[in-house]
Design a protein around this ligand. Structure first.
Ligand code: UFG
Length: 333
């Protein structure tokens, strides 16, 4: 089966590409390198010792996407290509609505044109907004509260409408919790671009002494140590979830949303301490004000993924912090 991966040079896309190649799929990657680099493409080939087609292509160009579909016999798509910085989405909402939503509409249009009706969509737990309780199940109400999250929600709605109109479509909507970690080779991972917003890249740059100290955003939340609790999931586990999602939709019409998380929450301080202990490196930190828009605590109920996909996260927090550090240790800044 030939699978198109949009945004395949990015953090989650590159790990998914490796897992697909290692499981015998043919892949085609499109990426515009707006938040990634050609090195990731080379490293996917190096890890797997396999070749594949790559197109430098912006999904906002329908002509460019059509050209890919006319050259390759694409049978399914895993769609990652999107802007993803929450803070930037609040400052530049139009940039996010335009790129994420229009790009997806182009893609769906071209897929329809070529009779390709299988898609795995990269959504986010952020579509739930503030949960009334934990763990979060897929039937929780959807209340995103920033433009980035709203783009994911709107695309989910578009996909649900598409399926209602034509139930030949096989659609898997994956709601990720907090992906961290890197491939065990140390060759692909999350490479921070400027000063990171997310916690793991920030911790790594502090450990590497490129940043002075981590700001822990608030220690007065109603959590076990007062700092925010999240469901961190190893990116390799997450990538494997995409293979299972592809198999799930391969031979049937369906549109289903599925959480990908571990079901286990860690606080900011627990994460920092695990990183220091496992990697034997210091991470100086200071407690600061809460970051506006942050929630105290949320984690997944991952039981639907186990039931319908036969998928379960396997790697623990130690693998996550170890592999993140291995990748960043190899990088030049
Ligand atoms: N945090 C710090 N200091 C930092 C960065 C983060 O203390 O420098 C804390 C946050 O307050 C939070 C936790 O670390 O408690 C995790 O923060 P991240 O920014 O890493 O992740 P978020 O949970 O805010 O958001 C992430 C992704 C979003 C996605 C969401 C899905 O960034 O894209 O998970 O639930 F939508």
């Amino acid at each position: 089966m030939k699978v198109l991966i949009t945004g395949g040079a990015g953090y989650i896309g590159s790990h998914t590409a490796v897992e697909l190649l290692e499981s015998g799929y043919d892949i085609v990657i499109v990426d515009d390198f707006s938040n990634s680099s050609p090195e990731a493409i080379e490293n996917i080939k190096k890890i797997t010792n396999k070749d594949f087609s790559f197109y430098k292509c912006d999904i906002n160009s329908k002509d460019a996407l059509s050209a890919v579909f006319s050259h390759e016999k694409i049978e399914a798509v895993i769609h990652f290509a999107a802007y993803k910085a929450v803070g930037e989405s609040c400052r530049l909402p139009i940039k996010y609505y335009s790129n994420n939503i229009s790009g997806t509409i182009n893609l769906l249009d071209v897929m329809n044109e070529y009779g390709c009706k299988k898609i795995v969509f990269s959504s986010s737990a952020t579509v739930y907004g503030e949960p009334e309780e934990n763990p979060m199940t897929e039937d929780f109400p959807l209340h995103p509260f920033n433009p980035y999250g709203t783009t994911k929600y709107i695309i989910e709605e578009i996909l649900r409408d598409l399926y209602r109109a034509d139930n030949e479509w096989g659609i898997s909507i994956l709601r990720y919790f907090n992906p961290i970690g890197a491939h065990h080779s140390g060759l692909i991972g999350e490479r921070p671009n400027g000063i990171p917003n997310n916690i793991m890249p920030y911790i790594c740059l502090v450990a590497k002494k490129k940043l002075e100290k981590l700001s822990v955003f608030g220690n007065d939340y109603p959590t076990r140590d007062g700092t925010g609790v999240r469901d961190y999931i190893h990116v390799v586990d997450l990538a494997k979830g995409h293979l299972k999602a592809l198999e799930y939709i391969a031979d049937k019409g369906i549109c289903d949303s599925i959480n990908l998380g571990t079901g286990c929450g860690y606080s900011v301080l627990e994460l920092v301490n695990a990183f220091s202990r496992v990697n034997n490196v210091e991470v100086p930190y200071v407690i600061t004000e809460r970051r506006p828009g942050d929630l105290a605590e949320y984690y997944a109920d991952p039981s639907k993924a186990e039931k319908v996909l036969g998928w379960k996260a396997e790697l623990g927090i130690e693998d996550m912090v170890k592999s993140s550090w291995k990748f960043i240790s190899n990088q030049q800044f």
